[in-house]
Write a protein that binds this ligand. Structure first.
Ligand code: SF4
Length: 673
């Protein structure tokens, strides 16, 4: 194994206490490197340790922390591969206590920021406390430091980015939040590089609650690697050359000259495939029916030749796949009226197909606003869909039968409807104004900014919130793909497609073979294995899309060339298992139980047509799949690790070291707000 634990790592952790106004560098403990490596796994371990230190008389420091208080922390982690030649290794992972779910918050972003941060000399960044005045954190060759934030509209990501670059240099990469984060919206995200998002779970509200204006990073240091030859892209027997070759010919990842889906059309190139397998959501998951002529207006192919939305490709650092879409909207005379990054597949699905809005220009405008104000496009799409469904139902209800909450909704909606038309599926004219209202935290926008669960509860229709653990579900309809559904359920951070999912693309493009939509046998193992894979990507700071072509063994070879370790795929999977179980232990501290590993009831009660057959999920089958998933992970019937599992994963050792006791689910905090 590695006899120099520093290969792949920089100088350690930068700890920032905004309350005290201090920054200090501390080493990254060798046992953390050994047990968690980097990225997502390291971030959750450091978060667990940081929050466990919170003095708390009730003995449950993690569970009792208010996510938008000074007690919460943001833990950003790079990976040993970040900043090396490993393809796509540009990503940064963030762990925090989520204001949206009340449990583990975990989010990942590409772009340039993560590499610049690491090359500035650090592996991880911990931000605690709350600044008295808007603060700017600068990390560059002059050392890390806090400074007063320059004058800028703090609610506008572009304005803050411009002002901070004027105060530093154009080469600095900026991370900040917009109006959503400043207003502590639980669906706020953090934006880096203007158009990249640490999207899910409300990280933007935590950032905003810290009175942190922005973080500016620039780095020029090189990352120490054990076997630079193996990482040389020109060395035909090296690990990086082989991985790049696989990416060049992979079905999904090949380059534009070979009509690769991602390079030619961006992530939205996947939409047609999803629709073909009846997976694409529609009208808040009320059905999955889209007219082909409608989809043709918004799916990936529409980007290739659109009269108002013009697109060119781009890429995160060291990424040969290049799925980024840089877009501009032009008027009838060809003049540019707006420009930005995206929209991505999930955004087009949640703000388009989901809302029965098949207007790429409107969706792109809404996407630009979400980037500017810092909203997670999946979550705000889910919240708007819930609002549309509820409003349509209430409008159709006999006025004499309406509840006070329902009547209140229509009264509140009146001025908006008078200006923008009905809040109804298919009304493209109300989308941009609803995002604007959410950013202003005004009128109905205040409810939208709270996310689907709180919105639906407020108006008396909790069943219209298509959320898991309080997080809005992405674009894949669970009834059409049960492995995807299971992965939604068991995801520690809530309704998420990046935990064991990508069912259709993986099944049909990446050599996994065909998994019929409602297959039960083996579903738990497939979900577990894909879950581990996704953690490995997040842990190594590489893009999940690289997994369409590069195997875990090939990833292991590259990380070994960086660190001098001797990992095999199975070793990486065991670290992934450790990470997921620790995330579950975090959630247990926050009051989550096995009951939270469950789908919204709509998916058990209402059918959609899949391959010509009326289909819904079965409670018995999903109980069985959940039980089998737990067993495959070494969890008991309550979804908690057995003593043997704690021992096997060395989590008992970790928990002892940080002074956190073994799980006590029944004593966990009840509150998740
Ligand atoms: S595939 Fe796309 S998201 Fe992934 S690293 Fe490359 S450009 Fe970034």
């Amino acid at each position: 194994m590695n006899d120099n634990p520093n290969d792949g790592y920089m100088s350690g952790v930068l700890e920032v206490d905004l309350s005290a106004g201090t920054v200090r560098a501390v080493p990254l403990a060798d046992d953390l490197k050994r047990l968690f490596v980097g990225g997502r796994a390291l971030a959750v371990a450091m978060l667990f340790e940081q929050l466990s230190r919170n003095p708390n008389p009730a003995g449950n420091p993690i569970g009792d922390i208010d996510p938008v208080s000074a007690d919460n922390v943001l833990v950003f982690c790079t990976s040993p591969t970040t900043g090396t030649n490993v393809p796509t290794a540009s990503r940064i992972h963030l762990a925090f206590k989520s204001p949206l779910t009340g449990g583990i918050g975990s989010s990942n972003s590409g772009g340039q920021w993560g590499v610049e941060f690491k090359q500035a000399g650090f592996d991880a960044l911990v931000i605690a406390g709350r600044a008295a005045e808007p603060a700017l954190l600068i990390i560059d060759e002059d050392g890390p430091r806090l400074a007063p934030g320059p004058q800028a509209d703090p609610e506008d990501v572009d304005a803050v980015t411009d002002a901070v670059q004027a105060a530093t240099t154009k080469a600095h990469k900026i991370m900040t939040v917009g109006a959503a984060g400043r207003n502590l919206s639980p669906i706020a995200c953090i934006i880096n590089d203007r158009g990249r998002a640490l999207g899910r779970g409300g990280s933007g509200a935590v950032f905003g609650s810290k009175n942190l204006l922005a973080i500016a990073v620039r780095g020029k240091k090189s990352v120490p690697a054990r076997n630079p030859d193996g990482l040389d892209p020109k060395n035909i027997s090296g690990s990086v050359f082989k991985a790049r070759a696989k990416l060049r010919v992979g079905k999904v990842t090949k380059d534009k000259s070979q009509y690769g889906i991602l390079s030619s059309m961006g992530t939205n190139g996947l939409m047609g495939m999803l629709a073909q397998y009846d997976e694409l959501l529609h009208k808040n998951f009320q059905d999955n029916r889209h007219a082909e002529s409608d989809l043709a207006k918004i799916q990936g192919e529409a980007f290739l030749d659109h009269d108002r939305v013009k697109v060119k490709g781009g890429a995160c650092r060291k990424c040969p796949i290049a799925c980024t879409r840089i877009t501009r909207i032009v008027d009838g005379d060809g003049n540019v009226i707006a420009r930005g990054e995206g929209p991505e597949f999930e955004t087009v699905s949640l703000l388009g197909a989901n809302l029965h809005i098949y207007d790429l220009e409107v969706i792109t405008q809404a996407n630009y606003l979400c980037n500017r104000y810092g909203f997670d496009t999946i979550s705000i799409g889910g919240a708007v869909a819930a609002l549309m469904e509820i409003t349509e139902k209430v409008t159709a209800t006999d006025p004499a039968q309406r509840t006070a909450a329902e009547a209140g909704l229509l009264t509140e909606a009146e001025p908006f409807v008078a200006q923008h038309g009905p809040i109804a599926f298919g009304n493209a004219g109300c989308l941009v104004p609803l995002v604007e209202a959410a950013a202003a935290n005004a009128g109905l926008g205040r409810a939208v900014a709270q996310g689907a669960r709180r919105l639906a509860e407020r108006f008396g229709h909790p069943a219209s919130a298509m959320t898991i653990k309080g997080m809005e579900i992405p674009a894949y309809d669970p009834r059409a793909t049960w492995t995807q559904a299971l992965s939604y359920m068991i995801s520690p951070r809530g309704g998420c497609h990046l935990q064991g999912g990508y069912s259709a693309p993986l099944a049909f493009c990446a050599g996994y073979g065909e998994f019929p939509g409602n297959r039960i046998e083996g579903a738990a193992l497939v979900t577990r294995n894909v879950c581990y894979q996704n953690v490995v990507y997040d842990m190594l700071g590489v893009c999940a899309f690289s997994g369409f072509s590069v195997t875990l063994d090939e990833l292991a070879n590259m990380v070994n060339d960086v660190t001098g370790s001797q990992y095999k795929a199975s070793d990486l999977e065991q670290i992934a298992r450790r990470c997921v179980i620790l995330e579950r232990l975090f959630n247990t501290r926050c009051g989550f139980t096995a009951e939270d590993d469950w789908l919204p009831e709509r998916f058990f009660d209402e059918t959609i047509t899949v391959d010509g057959v009326e289909t819904k999920c079965s409670r018995d089958d999903f109980s069985r799949m959940r039980r089998e998933f737990y067993e495959s992970m070494g969890l008991d019937a309550d979804g908690l690790p057995t003593e043997r599992t704690l021992d096997q994963t060395h989590l008992d050792e970790f928990l002892r070291r940080i002074g956190a006791e073994a799980p006590a689910p029944k004593q966990a905090a009840a509150s998740r707000e």
